[in-house]
Design a binder for this molecule. Structure first.
Ligand code: ZN
Length: 275
């Protein structure tokens, strides 16, 4: 039997938000068993909370947004991914903005923050999302499958028409060690023209070559950490989006999936297997 966990001590992190370009401070506090992952908007009157669960996903346009009672949190997927990778059941995230800091565009700094906090086991059984049969969600040529598996594994194929990127495949057992080494450092990737369009819409204002890998028709504008960094980041995002269902046990096979399909799978799993 696995027990629930929380962080052993409070930790905080300050950095720029990707879309607003403003400084954001996020304080992670230990939380009781069965709290789950909760964002507390300390910048708003009454400090309202938004629970990070699949039912609260309201938008998946470029990032995963959750909303409860009209209170939103944007771009939660990288923080959620680090929490999933570290196996944390319960935490309160006190935050003074509508999105977490972007950090370096990956989840490495969040994962290291959790390691710094340490993990404390709680006296309550963990309610895992255990895949008991095949589940499948599709959208045209994109899909995600969930299969029974003794562990947590992701096999992802990304197919991008740009010759610089092309077809990439990654298959990882998501253990804490593998997550930190192979997945957490993989950063967000964007096409230069997309970045320009976002800036014109007043979005992505905190995006710089420090936190987004940008490519154009000539090549990469900043160096990659891994030659297949794109597919690794896609796996990072999927691990984060699946955490909205709970801590999962199963093998996930994804082709060309993004936040929309990832969170459709989370909603399905939460509805079928959640307690
Ligand atoms: Zn991402």
């Amino acid at each position: 039997m696995a027990f629930q966990t929380t962080i052993a001590a409070p930790v905080s992190y300050t950095g720029v938000g990707l879309h607003s370009g403003k400084d954001v401070t996020m304080k992670l506090q230990p939380a009781e068993a069965d709290t789950g992952i909760v964002f507390t908007r300390v910048d708003l009157p009454g400090q309202p909370q938004v629970e990070a669960k699949a039912e609260n996903v309201t938008s998946t346009l470029r990032a995963t947004t959750i909303e409860d009672n009209g209170i939103k949190m944007f771009t939660i997927e990288h923080v959620m991914s680090a929490l999933h990778g570290a196996g944390i059941d319960n935490v309160e995230i006190c935050i003074n903005a509508e999105e977490p800091p972007v950090a370096d565009g990956s989840s490495r700094e969040f994962f290291q923050l959790l390691q710094k906090a340490g993990i404390r086991q709680l006296d309550r059984e963990r309610q895992e999302i255990v895949i008991d049969q095949l589940y499948r969600v599709d959208d045209g040529d994109k899909f995600v499958l969930a299969l029974p598996y003794d562990g947590f594994r992701v096999s992802f194929t990304s197919i991008n028409p740009h010759p610089l990127i092309g077809i990439q495949y990654g298959d990882y057992e998501i253990t804490e060690e593998n997550y930190l080494k192979e997945i957490a450092p993989a950063r967000t990737i964007a096409y230069e023209k997309e970045v320009e369009a976002l800036h014109k819409m007043g979005l992505g204002l905190g995006g710089t070559l420090e936190n987004v890998i940008v490519y154009n028709d000539e090549g990469w504008m900043n160096p990659l950490i891994y030659p297949d960094e794109l597919v690794r980041h896609k796996i990072l995002d999927l691990v984060g989006d699946l955490r909205l269902a709970g801590i999962v046990k199963g093998h996930f096979v994804a082709v060309k999936s993004g936040h929309a399909l990832n969170t459709t799978m989370s909603k399905l799993l939460k509805a079928k297997l959640g307690k």
